[in-house]
Design a protein around this ligand. Sequence first.
Ligand code: SF4
Ligand code: SF4
Length: 314
Amino acid sequence: MSALEDKKKKGLVFNIQKYSVHDGPGIRTIVFLKGCPLSCNWCSNPESQKSEPELAFNAGRCLTFSKCTRCLQACLRGAIIREADDTLRIDRTLCDGCPKNCAEACPSQGLIVYGQERSVDDVLRVVEQDAAFYTRSSGGLTLSGGEPLMQGEFALALLRDARRRRIKTAVETCGMVPWKTLEAASEYLNYVLYDIKHMDSGIHEAQTGCSNEWILDNFRKLALLDPNKTILARTPVIPGFNDSEEAILAIARFLEPFPNVRYEMLPYHRLGTQKYHFLDRVPPMDEVTLDKSVMPRLIDAARSVLGDRVEVTK
Ligand code: SF4
Ligand code: SF4
């Protein structure tokens, strides 16, 4: 693929987040791509899951129709509904998150479309603005999502062109992608963050919608492909799903044979809850919280197998 072809390639991006220090080494810019093959009940980015653009409505920011009717006029599909009390409802059977839309017309950011078509060149120009920070901190670009490798050609073009621009790269993946895509991406990746959620395939499927065989198989192949490349295996610790020593020990034993693999557990949080409401969805785990005593126990369990390869989230 030529540099020019890569630069022109387009994909669906729903956010670009600068100055992140959590998703790979150093200071990073995170590019979030739409679409995910899993549907984890604890997902904190529900706006990432569908592969199409989606309209979110934050009622708290809306001026209501008594003061503003801009979105009503902007929508050509009749998807904005005026209720009797002058509040707004979106008819999601009519709305397709069109690009020239109500969100552009809204003066208060009450409406946001998640998922803009953007070119590789456009995205990397934004990423490149912080090149000086990457150099000083060994940071760079992290592709996230959703599952970024689901938009395989776009993700590969981003990684290749980042390499041409001497930007270091990382990916956050759930592993549920064709091996050929992961293998091809690996060539342009400096660092991989790879989710391992549960070793029991039935339990995995019940909470994520997919069994884990493919994910584990891809992980083994990736860890062996380049023993010099560090993979950070990550487990979101979810109450009632994998918050037991038994579940974490099973993961740690799976990772143990691969010396290039480090391990991190991420405690469950509810930061994405509000976004479900913005999308007219019910958060599947609204009432759940993680007891403070859980993480130290699980870290000790993982360390009993992996020693100092276990990283502790601050
Ligand atoms: S995103 Fe487009 S279709 Fe949906 S409500 Fe807004 S203008 Fe209408
Ligand atoms: S344009 Fe924005 S502020 Fe105005 S009614 Fe629509 S959502 Fe509310």
